[in-house]
Design a protein around this ligand. Structure first.
Ligand SMILES: [Zn+2]
Length: 463
């Protein structure tokens, strides 16, 4: 408030202070828009400006102060738009976009056994994974996602495409007890996972991870081998936990414990574990997740579409569990739009608790930004716009009829904005999309390639 009221004085002081000093050259200045920082104080500057040099954010201030201190090689006028941190998708299976709309409105076991598993057995190979990940990357860039956590097969192909597209990824080779498209046994998957970690460790964009599928699709020894691998290389571990009532039943019959209780009993948790879904949990389970620093990825759209259940999000938030949002694979969503995920998360928990105060707009936006960064252990690098953090930034248009008038930018971002409103997407300082034109991928080619694969997918599930 003080800043706004005394803007003129500040500009005058700034020009006096900086009049003599040469301006620091930087690669990019975004100036004139409303800057929603998502920092710990929830700072919003309107108008504001962000200076980016190379991969990093170097300063956030008023347009006058930034103009006095920095000269940008490139400057983007963001007037009438919101500048904010890129969105973080904490759980997906990128290549599954090629199964989008293949089979909807089915019971979970029919969906898996009649469509998804047969399609995966017949179609998943490195070419399929590359084509699918390119399509997913295109959709993510177009809808403002800058970081995604992924678990699938041939994860090295997913990582190669993420690099080429310019996206940040926490990527884990999936380990499952059945023969998988890229390995005949869990031992082979573990070897692939270790090789994958070796290839991508230290990459500026890729954080390699280990991805045990779940407690009900892996034996205890393999679960522990996954944990050992995560500990040995200090990498995250991605796992599905407590997604369905069937999972609870299977684990209870075998161990008399809940899925979280069972994983606790075998000493499964690694220092950076991300549990996807976390729906069927008790209060004691939530206490375990908090004590073990396990991050939870909440996937409201997938959970609603597959009728899996409702994760106790208000309880997680009250307990201080690190909580982020995910889309899950596109076959159960059916898109990767994190703006929709935010809105659905807010609506779902208001309805479930019969309390419109549950998951308010700032909390939903936090889940998709800083919350996601915390879940992935990347909170020092991404999730908010702050000096010395990586420049993962999006510019969002706010002038559509649906977004007018604009009283509160945070409310507007959560309740009225769609992924298509994102104009510009920047990751690690690199411009991936500018004014809706994707620069890092050849859009017509990506779409064409995806359509070609859809014929193979249709043949694979033909009865
Ligand atoms: Zn999943």
């Amino acid at each position: 408030m003080l800043l706004r009221a005394c803007g003129g004085v500040l500009v005058a002081v700034a020009s006096l202070v900086f009049a003599q000093a040469p301006r620091q050259p930087v690669t990019l200045i975004l100036t004139g828009g409303t800057v929603v920082t998502m920092d710990s104080s929830g700072r919003v500057l309107s108008p504001g400006a962000v200076a980016v040099d190379g991969r990093d954010i170097v300063a956030i201030d008023t347009p006058a102060v930034i103009a006095a201190r920095f000269s940008g090689r490139d400057t983007i006028d963001t007037s009438g738009q919101v500048v904010m941190p890129g969105l973080i998708n904490t759980h997906t299976h990128a290549p599954m976009v090629l199964y989008r709309g293949l089979a909807d409105d089915l019971a979970l076991m029919d969906w898996l056994q009649k469509y998804i598993f047969p399609a995966e057995a017949k179609t998943v190979n490195p070419e399929f994974v590359r084509a699918g990940t390119r399509l997913a990357a295109l959709e993510m860039i177009e809808s403002g996602t800058t970081t995604y956590a992924d678990m699938y097969y041939f994860e090295e192909e997913i990582a190669a495409v993420a690099r080429e597209a310019g996206l940040r990824g926490v990527l884990g080779e999936t380990i499952i007890k059945f023969p998988a498209p890229d390995a005949r046994s869990p031992a082979e998957s573990l070897a692939r996972a270790e090789a994958f970690i070796g290839t991508f460790r230290g990459d500026p964009l890729i954080t390699p991870a280990v991805a045990p599928h779940s407690a009900y699709t892996l034996e205890k020894d393999t679960l522990l081998a996954c944990r050992d691998l995560a500990v040995k290389y200090a990498v995250p571990m991605l796992v599905h936990v407590a997604e369905t009532e069937d999972e609870v039943k299977i684990i209870r019959e075998a161990s008399a414990l809940t899925p979280v209780g069972y994983l606790e009993s075998i000493g499964f948790w690694a220092p950076r574990t991300v549990a996807a879904h976390g729906i069927w949990v008790t209060d004691a389970d939530i206490a375990i997740l908090k004590a073990r620093h396990v991050g939870v990825s909440h996937n409201p759209e997938s959970n609603m579409k597959l009728a899996s259940g409702v994760a106790p999000v208000p309880k997680y938030l009250a307990a201080g569990v690190a909580l982020g949002l995910g889309t899950d694979g596109a076959a159960s969503n059916n898109d990767l739009d994190m703006f929709e995920a935010m809105r659905q998360a807010a609506f779902l928990h208001k309805l479930e608790s019969r309390d419109p105060r549950a998951v308010p707009a700032p909390a939903a936006l936090d889940l998709a930004t800083m919350g996601g960064a915390r879940v992935l252990g990347l909170e020092a690098q991404i999730g908010s716009l702050e000096p010395s953090k990586r420049a993962d930034v999006i510019v969002v248009g706010t002038n559509r009829a649906r977004q007018t008038p604009l009283y509160d930018p945070v409310s507007q971002l959560v309740y009225a904005t769609h992924g298509d409103d994102v104009k510009t997407t920047i990751v690690n300082g690199r411009m991936l999309m500018k004014d809706r034109r994707v620069l890092s991928l050849d859009e017509p080619r990506v779409l064409d390639e995806a359509r070609q694969f859809s014929a193979k997918v249709r043949d694979a599930v033909r009865p």
